[in-house]
Design a protein around this ligand. Sequence first.
Ligand code: NAD
Length: 484
Amino acid sequence: MVHHWIGGTNTRSETGDRFTTVSPAHDATVGDYALGTASDIDRAVRAARVAFDAGPWPRMSGQERASILNATADLIDTHNDDLARLETLESGKPITQAKAEMNAAADLWRYAATLARHTCGEAYNSLGENKLGLVLREPAGVVGMITPWNFPLLIISQKLPFALSVGCTAVIKPSELTPGTTLQLAGLAHDAGVPKGVINVVTGLGASVGSRLSEHPDVDVISFTGSTAVGRQVAAAAGRNLKRCSLELGGKNPHIIFADADLDAALDPVVFGVYFNMGECCNSGSRLLLDERIAQEFTERVIELARTIPVGDPLDPATKVGAIINIPQLEKIKRYVSNGTTCGSRLRLGGHSIPTPTGRFFEPTVFDGVTPEMAIAREEIFGPVLSILTFKTKEETIQIANDTLYGLSAGLWTANVDTAFEVSRNIRAGTIWINCFMDGYPELPFGGYGDSGLGRELGRFSTDEFTELKTVQLHIGGHTGSWL
Ligand code: NAD
């Protein structure tokens, strides 16, 4: 059994209760974890508080923190195979993809290490002859991090090294479906030199452990990634203590193909964009908006390519689409497909779960003839389901693209630079890809408009979430004048 990680050691849960994780592809038990309680969170927050208020981490130089973050990245690389295998077994994602995600996670730690040496404030030498103003950037304190199951190690690596880089300490609540790699990461960071109490992980359910973390008075910042519905609850709980809260939430992202685009180049990214990670991806390009002049031809090509996707055992290196995380998620996908078939759109490919001796698999699915008011055009399905809509003009595609509550990302393909920039400027989304899709770099901020969230991760602005500004004003030389 794996315990919580609190104060730099494996720590039993208060009650001794446990839960297990199950491989979505093999129906086999993968991990046996401590079922946390609110008081386990309280213990973890105390450890993080002491590490912040009295420990070495916030007081170290940026150079020292950077070298420990880099050492953690090296250990993630060393353990790539084990981490990727555990990630695949708990999440159902293809092993080749999981290995690439471990590489990307290590790169995030290395990028965050550079910020440890670059995060700084400002000096105002313009306030008058005998005045100097300093704006100091200080670590915000204890950060609570709550993460989902679809990219467990990657998403915690979008938060944790960035908070650590500026000197914060952390209490992490990973998804109860995939806690394994987050616990392993805490151990690796410890081996790399992160002092005890700086990283704490409490496993368990959202309603008990997650909600206690969101409302805890000694937590200074909450960084949440997950569904919009839970994000609202987390923000409300954080608001009761006026703690800062950043939210990375869902999406229903448009992928737009203009008639002048390089259709050969767009085809593979369109299929990748929707079926990557079984469609269980906040950035999924699940709404394909086609210029009606090329819609029929391109739809046929998408269907032909999607038909060839290798779906199956995620441990097979050839697999591109693995297993659906659990039965509730599979049932949700089926409900949307059933809705799509009765609301007037046409089911052109897939639409069924795949019968296998173990696990839960769903066919890559395509609907065309979808119109903007349909649920399959507006709501996040979080499965391998593509909805194809058509448009006549640039103005119409912008209007359709913006016609959801979400605003996470969008892709567009065109040979016309004016079209590219006009559409990019008018779509309300945190990331726009032009003639590419779902590329990501640690240097570039990521986050959403509207119901897709609050705040930004990655890039140099990411540390804004984890720092406070302090103004220090200094008088130089003798004083003249008086109030009275
Ligand atoms: P979820 O919202 O159900 O759970 C996310 C986390 O919140 C889990 O750890 C869960 O235990 C916890 N939680 C649940 N109830 C809670 C509560 N009341 N208080 C505090 N914590 C609670 O999401 P999920 O099903 O794990 O993940 C899928 C969702 O995440 C999708 O909507 C997806 O779009 C979104 N997501 C967004 C991004 C992004 O960066 N924008 C990335 C990945 C996933």
